[in-house]
Design a protein around this ligand. Structure first.
Ligand code: NAD
Length: 418
């Protein structure tokens, strides 16, 4: 996971350095008859001083990746890494202090008290990664100063699995996105699967087979399985699994080791929709599988729970893909894989609705921390008298045509046609 974070941060830096000149170039745009004669462009400018608050699950990446966009766009930055990973937080503070210009980039370490104090200040933008609960606190604090926010939140990311697929590849990609990505502690990790009643047994067998090949007969002993970040999150997962509505639904895994914070990959079948595990973001190794008669029914199930950060579909059916893309609103969609859209810098990454506000990555990071300023250039010629009083019917006709941007209308008004 450390390699992944460092590689992504490094490639974001390289990309920003390579593309910055192009991103910064004012964008020439066309003008209309309304402002004739004129030219126009959109000029990006920094927002000012921005606050970036990171989450713990990829603590280096989620602090530094947005900071790259903020610095590239010319802002001064205050960075608040997650206190739940104290070693990474202090490393970020040390390295940023050593290698970056401390007059415009500062790290403030701390937890709720420090973050609350930071949130009381006036910022030009707050970029927050974390839970919806704290996202609401951030947005309320920002509202006091009319500060714009980007909220990179989480949610329940569904995976819809059809039967006409390459099962071994699909299962590896689902399991990879779930358990090989921090043991489910990732915002875009598959949260639950929906498949048909007929196909579920095959899918479950294939998942169990893959999990055993990856983590052995006793996954708690596996060095490849990430531990749960702390005892609070461990207790939260135990509560989800020990819920009366859920404890009888475990069909694989369920083992845990509290002392070492290890939690085995766990598959649950047909848990009730009103169980805790189906109403909170899981953010851990539990994977419920829900079954339906017809796969199309799954789209309504997804949209009825709010807009997810990511949604995944495994199918070879062209019509189903099209329907999925058209009907499922989510931060991002991936067909026939999971989590990989995060690594594609030409795609904006962010949520929608309950899963967040705003996006970043690549050029979108630069834009997230820039104001796109409209600039209209005019000379002194073409000063249409119709703009100014006293107004006559003819002037009003001309004004109407000018404002509607209709060249024909302007010509007709000028030659006095009604
Ligand atoms: P969190 O909301 O508990 O904490 C995030 C940040 O908020 C931390 O820096 C913390 O210090 C601060 N914070 C916590 N409580 C606060 C309070 N009361 N007042 C002010 N600040 C406070 O989130 P987390 O546990 O660090 O991360 C997990 C969540 O983040 C999950 O919901 C996950 O889906 C989401 N997430 C989203 C993305 C994304 O890119 N969309 C990435 C990673 C994680």
């Amino acid at each position: 996971m450390v390699i992944l974070q460092i590689s992504i941060v490094k490639s974001s830096c390289t990309r920003a350095l390579g593309e910055l000149n192009r991103w910064m170039k004012p964008e020439k745009v066309k003008t209309s008859i309304t402002t004739f004669p004129s030219s126009a462009e959109i000029v990006s400018e920094p927002l000012g001083v921005v606050l970036i608050i990171g989450a713990w699950n990829f603590p280096l990446l989620l602090a530094l990746d947005p900071a790259i966009g903020a610095i590239a766009a010319g802002n001064a930055v205050v960075l608040k890494p997650s206190e739940l990973c104290p070693a990474t937080s202090s490393l970020i503070a040390k390295l940023v202090g050593k290698y970056l210009d401390s007059s415009c980039i500062k790290v403030v370490e701390g937890s709720v008290a420090e973050t609350s104090a930071l949130l009381e200040q006036k910022w030009d933008k707050i970029f927050f990664t974390g839970s919806g609960r704290v996202g609401r606190i951030v947005m309320a604090a920002a509202a006091k100063h009319l500060t714009p926010v980007a909220l990179e939140l989480g949610g329940k990311c569904p995976v819809v699995v059809d039967s006409d697929i390459n099962l071994p590849v699909a299962v590896r990609r689902i399991a990879g996105g779930k358990w090989a990505s921090n043991n489910g502690q990732a915002c875009i990790a598959p949260d639950y699967i929906i498949t048909t009643k007929d196909f579920a047994p095959k899918l479950i067998d294939a998942l169990k087979h893959e999990l055993e090949a990856w983590y052995g007969k006793d996954p708690l002993e596996s060095k490849d399985l990430a531990h749960i970040v702390n005892s609070n999150h461990f207790a939260r997962l135990v509560k989800l699994l020990d819920d009366d509505k859920v404890s009888g639904k475990i069909i694989h895994g369920g083992q845990r080791d509290k002392a070492n914070l290890k939690f085995a990959p766990t598959i649950l079948l047909d848990v009730p929709e009103d169980s805790l595990v189906m109403n909170d973001e899981i953010f851990g190794p539990l994977l419920p599988i829900l079954t339906v008669d017809k796969l199309e029914d799954s789209f309504d199930m997804i949209t009825s729970r709010g807009k997810p950060l990511a949604a995944y579909l495994f199918t070879n059916n062209k019509k189903l893909k099209e329907k999925f893309v058209k009907t499922v609103s989510a931060g991002g969609l991936v067909i026939n894989d999971t989590v990989l859209h995060f690594a594609e810098k030409t795609l904006p990454f962010g949520g929608v609705g309950e899963s967040g506000i705003g996006s970043y990555h690549g050029k979108f990071s630069y834009e997230a921390f820039s104001h796109r300023k409209s600039v209209l250039y005019r000379g002194f010629a073409g000063d249409a008298s119709a703009r100014y009083p006293p107004y006559s019917d003819r002037k009003l006709k001309l004004l109407k045509a000018l404002l509607s941007g209709s060249v024909v209308g302007v010509i007709l008004a000028l030659i006095g046609w009604s």
